[in-house]
Design a protein around this ligand. Structure first.
Ligand code: NAP
Length: 250
């Protein structure tokens, strides 16, 4: 029996060396999907993820690229195409923060966050679309954030980059809908990753008051939603923003 209706398809997951991207990569591999594990600087961790997939009988590839750099994105997608012929599933997960109040925000902090979170999503999506259109099948999942919906003090750059992803995704969903390509956004709330672990107790206690379910989410909560969206079961779901946040965006 096949593992899923998308067994054998090829996925590219950006920022897959740790956190949410790692969990997404492992859950796609469980569906029998080949996974290209992208990282920027965490080579050893990305190789670990790829090995974990292979040890479980799956197929994986490690691809380095700073997604904010067009040349590197082009080379990365070429590498996946050379190995597997195409990218059927793209998960734009790579993301960074560089927090600070707007009055004191440097140009660097603004442009870097936009460069990775927004330009990276644009570069990667454009690079894989031609093949998706030609083969009349594709899945693009963009990872947004509850902060792109609600806003958050000290995160104007991050919030703007994540809010922009919503408009980008809805517009692209309309452009490619007749080609059997779906484009959706998953917006996590606070998920137990390194970033969240590094918050102070005071910050964590304050955030907890915003979450109706009263606890942080797990990386698997986000990965499970992505795993649904990439299958045929979700073929009529496109242009949607789906929160995985314990009710925080309500
Ligand atoms: P994380 O643990 O900090 O991991 C970030 C990943 O992105 C790493 O694999 C990192 O790779 C990669 N990355 C960073 N800059 C990159 C670049 N320029 N090019 C390619 N890859 C790059 O992050 P996370 O918490 O799992 O977050 C993943 C996504 O979910 C992000 O888009 C984030 O905004 C979003 N999100 C997270 C939360 C949360 O609570 N954790 C909530 C809402 C949304 P290297 O280590 O190799 O640089």
């Amino acid at each position: 029996m096949s593992k899923s209706d998308i067994e054998g398809k090829a996925a590219l997951v950006t920022g897959a060396s740790k956190g949410i991207g790692k969990a997404i990569s492992l859950s796609l591999a469980e569906l029998g999907v080949k996974v290209a594990v992208n990282y920027n600087s965490s080579k050893a961790q990305a190789e670990e993820v790829a090995k974990e997939i292979q040890d479980a009988g799956g197929e994986s590839l490690v691809v380095q690229a700073d997604v904010s750099n067009l040349e590197q994105v082009t080379a990365m997608v070429d590498k996946v195409n050379d190995a597997w012929g195409q990218v059927d599933i793209l998960v734009n997960n790579a993301g960074i923060i560089s927090d600070g109040l707007l009055m004191r925000m440097s140009d660097e902090a603004w442009h870097r966050v936009m460069g990775v979170n927004l330009n990276g999503t644009f570069y990667c999506s454009r690079a894989v679309l031609r093949t998706m259109v030609r083969q009349r099948w594709g899945r693009i999942i963009n990872i947004g954030s509850v902060v792109g919906i609600r806003g958050n003090m000290g995160q104007t750059n991050y919030s703007a980059s994540k809010a922009a992803i919503l408009g980008f995704s809805k517009s692209l969903a309309k452009e490619v809908a007749t080609r059997n390509i779906t484009v959706n956004v998953v917006t996590p709330g606070y998920i137990s990753t390194e970033t969240v672990a590094n918050l102070t107790k005071v910050q964590k206690d304050r955030i907890m008051t915003w979450i109706p379910q009263g606890h942080f989410g797990e990386t698997e909560d986000v990965a499970n939603m992505v795993a649904y969206l990439v299958t045929e079961k979700a073929s009529y779901v496109t242009g949607q923003v789906i929160s995985v946040d314990g009710g925080m965006a309500i």
